[in-house]
Write a protein that binds this ligand. Sequence first.
Ligand SMILES: Cc1cc2nc3c(=O)[nH]c(=O)nc-3n(C[C@H](O)[C@H](O)[C@H](O)COP(=O)(O)OP(=O)(O)OC[C@H]3O[C@@H](n4cnc5c(N)ncnc54)[C@H](O)[C@@H]3O)c2cc1C
Length: 201
Amino acid sequence: MIWREFSYHLLYFNPDLPTQNFQRRFDQFTWKKNSAHLQAWKSGKTGIPIVDAGMRELWQSGYMHNRVRMIVASFLTKNLNIDWRDGRAWFHDTLLDADEANNSASWQWVAGSGADAAPFFRIFNPVTQASKFDPNGTYIRKWVPELAKLDNKWIIRPWEAPKEILAAAGIEIGKTYPEPLVDLKTSRQKALDRYSATKSN
Ligand SMILES: Cc1cc2nc3c(=O)[nH]c(=O)nc-3n(C[C@H](O)[C@H](O)[C@H](O)COP(=O)(O)OP(=O)(O)OC[C@H]3O[C@@H](n4cnc5c(N)ncnc54)[C@H](O)[C@@H]3O)c2cc1C
């Protein structure tokens, strides 16, 4: 409830919160225009199971738990380097609880441009997050059924699974389930470099 009140306070005193970076130094930031990646994110086909589970849940039910909202938002802004405003707009269209204040403040919090932004170096690792918060893969199995036969170890990172395990589960990466859009490690490092440059501007 306190987060909600805080977001409303921010929007009241900053009516352009849905469209403008709260911290104006982020205006220098260059986002990637990649409509194929944005579309893959929206439709839950990024190749990262916890992200895809969340995005498919959102599309099919109009809801997503706060933890998963943070994971998918971090993936869009940090790993894919796509503008938080594109993510905000999609959430606005699809969330049943879409709310100008909470949505805008939360996207800016994740992107790093907000009032109380998470430190820029805090980039959610979707594999670690999935192993912590979906340890039995129940959530992923529900929303990404094509991976359901994988065991808990590989369902969070199927692209690293041995060929025979994938074959036994009826999965062909790149055919029955997408390759990851980006490498998590290198895209994380690129995000850190971009954010460091913004910091010194
Ligand atoms: C990227 C992103 C976008 C979001 N967009 C929205 C949005 O459009 N609309 C929206 O209402 N919330 C949004 N949130 C905040 C949060 O995810 C939801 O409020 C929460 O999931 C609601 O679940 P609940 O009703 O079970 O809340 P509970 O956890 O039971 O909390 C009770 C109430 O407190 C408020 N609340 C709880 N957590 C938050 C939070 N982190 N921020 C603000 N208010 C909170 C809500 O009004 C909620 O109904 C967003 C979060 C992120 C990370």
